[in-house]
Write a protein that binds this ligand. Structure first.
Ligand SMILES: [Zn+2]
Length: 262
């Protein structure tokens, strides 16, 4: 991915975070003002409404953006079926190698997902599945593949808590939008939503940085960086609250690899 594109994504991340901070502060002030001086709260209602609608607006537009990007990925040339079989064999082989090198005992299944450029881990009833998109695998170098697989395998052994927050946030978005006709409730929900999003960030980002670091310790940091860059290109994904901006992850990995004894 082009340098300026990753910078743009990082800027987008900070805009979203900034909008959440702004909405949380304005929303909370509105609630306090309504209790102390209802007159002034009524005057501040339009501004508060706008402030607390920003995070929802940004989340919905980034969802729309990723949907459009997904359609673009799907319209790219299909990977032929016989190639999928070869990709699947290579994925399983490299996956097993990396897993052994990392000393992970848990059972992991490596599965090619069709018409996708993503790589992610699914946990279902103690079953670990690492899904890798055909669009990512097709044309990926061994180094890139090792890098992303090491990151995902690190998740298998170190991520146990269920991610309830994204579900809660989704429910809140829907409820908040339904309350547009009643601005006061809309503002309160918007403030709660903004605070929830902000609360999820430290934990999510820490998990991701941790997985990057474990991956870098086991395969080289350079491979993880290469894998992340390829992932950014094939998944064309926008900003997400579950992952830190790519540029930051790469910077951290570079710093980590410099700190290692040569
Ligand atoms: Zn991850």
């Amino acid at each position: 991915m082009h340098r300026s594109a990753t910078n743009l994504l990082e800027l987008g991340a900070w805009i979203q975070i900034g909008s959440c901070v702004f909405a949380a502060i304005i929303g909370a002030s509105f609630v306090v003002a309504s209790l102390i001086n209802p007159e002034s709260a009524r005057a501040a209602e339009p501004l508060s409404f706008i402030a607390t609608s920003l995070p929802v607006f940004l989340v919905l537009s980034s969802l729309l953006l990723s949907f459009v990007m997904k359609l673009r990925v799907e319209r790219q040339k299909k990977v032929p079926f016989q190639d999928i079989k070869a990709l699947s064999a290579r994925l399983g082989e490299i996956g097993k190698q990396v897993k052994t090198r990392m000393g992970v005992m848990a059972k992991v299944e490596f599965v090619v997902s069709l018409r996708s450029g993503l790589v992610y881990t699914m946990k279902k009833r103690g079953n670990n599945r690492i899904m890798a998109g055909d669009r990512f695998l097709n044309g990926a170098s061994d180094e890139e593949l090792e890098g992303v697989l090491a990151h995902e395998i690190a998740h298998v052994s170190h991520m146990t808590k269920p991610r309830i927050m994204p579900i809660l946030a989704t429910v809140l978005i829907v409820v908040q939008v339904l309350f547009i006709p009643i601005p006061r409730i809309f503002i309160v929900l918007g403030a709660v939503f903004a605070m929830l999003l902000l609360l999820t960030i430290p934990g999510n980002w820490k998990t991701e940085y941790y997985a990057d670091r474990v991956a870098a310790e086991n395969v080289e940091a350079e491979k993880v960086i290469m894998g992340l860059k390829r992932l950014a290109k094939t998944s064309l994904s926008g900003f997400s609250f579950t992952h830190p901006p790519l540029a930051r992850r790469i910077k951290k990995l570079e710093r980590f690899s410099r700190s290692l004894p040569k």
